[in-house]
Design a protein around this ligand. Structure first.
Ligand code: AHM
Ligand code: MG
Length: 334
């Protein structure tokens, strides 16, 4: 069958044997994410039509205003994963603490935990700009059949067994990796099926796009300021183009296709940056590396960092390998 008409369901079954010790559990888990993605996609698409826009009135653990669609997406993903009984624990950017599933049931043999940012870039919802869902999957480190603990979630990104995102854009795509490259699937909304549209996605070695919130320039470390000036300098293939959607999934997706670098550095206002290591940076880093790109905190590989708390933040530099390396050189020299 050509990749052009292969569905995500078929792809999952065909590639199940790639996982060592596979019992089909991870495939079922990705299937559940596929289902939740379709449900959330449906809600996101009708956002302008029904009264689900605006603030839900709650604030999340980071003190940010939570919008209704965030709450909804959070519920849908958690519900779907719970109902299908395929994970032992879930942590979400929208939840204060992790959720242990079937912790009372000793026969509960599920071995995976899922970490999720249910609706990233949510400030873009009100203005009809692309948002996304980011997910990350680990094998638990504590014994199966016992309740999960914080330790199961605080694993370095290099332990991930799968990661991906759904982009609710001009079309809806699910892009994921299980450590064997990155594949992208586009939803045909007429029949509700994802088709393999972007097999083996790769970051170009280098690119001409830099994505950063330049409004924060004055607060950035000197290395980042110097790198931005380098991007803007007229020399060789520069100046680069500046593109910043303010929606990590969308900025990452574009940069992966066209070549570019995304940066959310620390600043004098946010000492560890803004993005969350577990829900945003690790899954994007895994995807980037699987697609021949690179992800760093400016000095070291994101996936080597040992997390110490669920909602930890970290500076993030991610994209085409050569561009991230150059940014790291500027950081090191400053
Ligand atoms: P969120 O999880 O609250 O949506 O924040 C994450 C988002 C990223 O998608 C995006 O790249 C970044 O925040 C934009 O932040 P800023 O508006 O500070 O540039
Ligand atoms: Mg987010």
């Amino acid at each position: 069958m050509s990749s052009k008409n292969k569905t995500l369901g078929e792809f999952i079954i065909e590639n199940q044997t790639e996982f060592r010790y596979s019992t089909g559990e991870l495939s079922k888990l990705i299937n559940a994410i596929r289902l939740a993605a379709k449900v959330v996609n449906h809600e996101v698409n009708k956002a302008g039509l029904v009264d689900i826009l605006g603030s839900a009135g709650d604030t999340n653990i980071q003190g940010e205003n939570q919008q209704k669609l965030d709450v909804l997406a959070n519920e849908k993903f958690i519900q779907t994963l719970k109902n299908r009984e395929i994970v032992c624990g879930i942590a979400s950017e929208e939840e204060d603490d992790f959720i242990s599933i079937n912790s009372q049931d000793e026969n509960h043999q599920n071995k995976y935990v899922v970490l999720i940012d249910p609706l990233d870039g949510s400030s873009n919802i009100d203005v009809n700009v692309s948002v996304g869902t980011i997910f990350s999957i680990y094998r638990r480190v504590t014994p199966v059949g016992t309740p999960v603990t914080l330790e199961d979630f605080l694993q370095p990104g290099k332990n991930q067994v799968a990661a991906g995102y759904i982009i609710y854009g001009t079309s809806t795509m699910l892009v994921y990796t299980t450590g064997h490259g990155v594949n992208g699937f586009t939803l045909n909304p007429a029949i509700g099926t994802f088709y393999l549209s972007h097999p083996n996605m790769q970051f170009p070695e280098t690119g001409k796009i830099y994505s950063v919130n330049e409004g924060n320039y004055i607060h950035f470390p000197q290395g980042v300021k110097d790198y931005i000036k380098y991007c803007q300098k007229e020399e060789g293939d520069r100046p680069y183009t500046s593109r910043y959607i303010g929606s990590l999934v969308s900025d990452f997706h574009r940069n992966m296709i066209k070549g570019g670098i995304y940066m959310y550095p620390k600043s004098s206002k946010a000492h560890k940056g803004k993005l969350r290591l577990l829900y945003e940076c690790n899954p994007m880093a895994f995807l980037a590396e699987e697609a021949n790109g690179k992800a760093s905190d400016g000095f070291q590989r994101i996936m080597e960092i040992q997390p110490t708390e669920l909602h930890e933040r970290v500076p993030f530099f991610c994209g085409s390998k050569k561009m991230v390396e150059t940014a790291e050189e500027f950081m090191a020299n400053s």
